[in-house]
Design a protein. Structure first.
Length: 131
């Protein structure tokens, strides 16, 4: 009687371990989906200075796709401006050129959303792997 009960418990524990392993994989997969969707909804703005071509451009991503680059000015005129100032100018171009939800975007909002996403990563123990 003991051996049969013991084997039944071991079998139950084995099944629960397998189920736990599946749940862990599912959680990891869902965390990645949440992170990628949230990251794609927040516009990402990068400033590119090209002294060889005498231009300053803004490369930006939204909804997971790289959008057409924005021309911010010549390198001689705006090349020595700070990245924050150029990003604010780029956001102003985006707000004028596109409709909702981009017509209300601000640098402060983008920074706060990125901070919230980083805090979520920290809370959920999700490591972002950069290539």
């Amino acid at each position: 009687h003991y051996n049969r009960s013991h084997m039944a418990r071991r079998k139950w524990i084995k099944e629960k371990r397998l189920q736990l392993k599946e749940y862990k994989y599912e959680l990891q997969f869902r965390k990645r989906i949440v992170y990628t969707i949230a990251k794609s909804l927040i516009p990402a703005i990068y400033i590119i200075r090209r002294p060889k071509y005498n231009m300053v451009q803004c490369k930006w991503r939204f909804m997971g796709r790289e959008q057409p680059r924005l021309y911010l000015g010549t390198f001689k005129d705006v090349g020595d401006w700070s990245d924050d100032k150029l990003k604010k100018q780029a956001i102003r171009h985006i707000r004028n050129k596109f409709s909702a939800p981009l017509d209300t975007a601000t640098k402060r909002w983008i920074d706060s959303e990125n901070a919230k996403l980083q805090q979520w990563c920290k809370d959920m123990n999700y490591r972002v792997y950069t290539e």
